[in-house]
Design a protein around this ligand. Structure first.
Ligand code: PLP
Length: 366
């Protein structure tokens, strides 16, 4: 069997369009700030990529600040504020990015408790309001659960507090209209949509302040110093262009994912699917089944030719207990949850194969 890749929420395969765009700019001297012909060609390439990213995000090109990825984008915006209201569901690059964080309660379905968010937002004093930020991700990387961003934007507006959303996982999977939304800042990452890793963007609405984390040459209109990563940015732009029709693909995928989950539910006892009762990304399934730890099962899947991941975040090759599933009150199931995540290259037949492998491996492990 051809190895199957079902770990797209960790990173997606590089698109041919992105690979070609990067090869095209590799070689010539390319500092976009230089005034000579080489520099001007590099500047054109950066601005073309900026327009492609803005096109997919539904914003103005000038709102796009290129960064080294989603992690930097999150750190960049949080670093500008003194008080952060966020949740336990966030990626570590939000949870660990600031010393002054207040955590909103999480419901067992994987959504933030909007009543608690409203209470906390309304309790912010007049003096602290201008230096406070609400940061809530649009879609969770482990469960795929979508947060009610329109309701959250209304709460932020009522409380007069700026709103940031980590949109790394929802970008290109859901229709995005940043300009028309009530969100002031959004974080994106190229490698989740088929671009290279090490490049991403922070979207910043006009009038939303930002201080550069990196002090230096004042690139990106003084918002992110450092010579632009032309190769990465070219790859990001090409991936964004190629992902223009991905929303349709992911909407179709939700049917394949549901069929996979139904197949598993009908053949295995005591299966738990996290976030199943609420809106989720169409590509993600976070499932606990059987007594074995996720770590053991991920290895069994790997031997069977299917790359999946533990529901728990995996960093430096070590599986840690999932803060997301723990926050949802998953108990011991948190250590047994497997994440299956399709991507831009995934086909319906791949979900059918993974369903067969899933049931076979868990039947053997019982
Ligand atoms: N935010 C979320 C929700 C993510 O899933 C990730 C990556 O796993 C990041 C931020 C970090 O993005 P990057 O890998 O580009 O730094």
């Amino acid at each position: 069997m051809k190895p199957l890749y079902f770990d797209n929420n960790a990173t997606a395969p590089l698109r041919e369009e992105a690979s070609r765009a990067m090869r095209d700019v590799m070689g010539p001297p390319a500092n976009p700030s230089s005034v000579h012909g080489f520099g001007r060609a590099a500047r054109l390439c950066v601005e073309d990529a900026r327009m492609s990213v803005a096109g997919l995000a539904g914003c103005r090109a000038s709102d796009v600040v290129f960064t080294s990825g989603g992690t930097e984008a999150n750190n960049l915006v949080l670093g500008h504020y003194r008080h952060i209201i966020t949740s336990e569901l966030e990626h570590d690059s939000v949870r660990n990015a600031h010393p002054n964080i207040r955590l909103v309660k999480v419901l067992s379905d994987g959504r933030v408790d909007c009543n608690d968010l409203r209470e906390r937002a309304m309790a912010v004093t007049d003096a602290d309001r201008p230096t406070s930020l609400i940061s809530i991700m649009a879609a969770n990387n482990e469960t795929g659960v979508l947060q009610p961003m329109d309701d959250i934007a209304q709460i932020a507006a009522d409380a007069g507090i700026m709103l940031h959303s980590d949109m790394v996982q929802s970008f290109a999977k859901l229709i995005m209209e940043f300009s028309g939304s009530g969100i002031g800042y959004a974080s994106l990452s190229a490698h989740k949509i088929g671009g290279p890793s090490g490049v991403g963007a922070l979207l910043v609405k006009p009038g939303c302040a930002l201080s550069s984390l990196l002090k230096g040459g004042g690139q990106e209109q003084g918002r992110r110093s450092g010579t632009e990563n032309l190769i990465g940015i070219a790859g990001f732009g090409a991936a964004a262009k190629a992902a223009a029709d991905d929303v349709t693909h992911y909407s179709e995928m939700s049917g394949w994912r549901d069929a996979f989950e139904d197949y598993v539910l009908s053949r295995l006892p005591s299966v738990q699917i996290f976030g199943k009762s609420v809106p989720r990304l169409g590509n993600t399934s976070c499932i606990a089944a059987g007594p074995k730890t996720a770590e053991t099962m991920v290895m069994a899947f790997d031997i069977a030719g299917v790359a999946v991941s533990a529901g728990a975040a995996c960093s430096s090759g070590k599986v840690q207990s999932s803060h997301v599933l723990n926050a949802m009150g998953a108990g011991d199931a948190a250590a047994r949850a497997i994440r299956v995540s399709g991507g831009w290259a995934t086909k319906e037949a791949d979900f059918e194969t993974v369903a067969d492998v899933f049931v076979r491996l868990y039947k053997q492990s019982n």
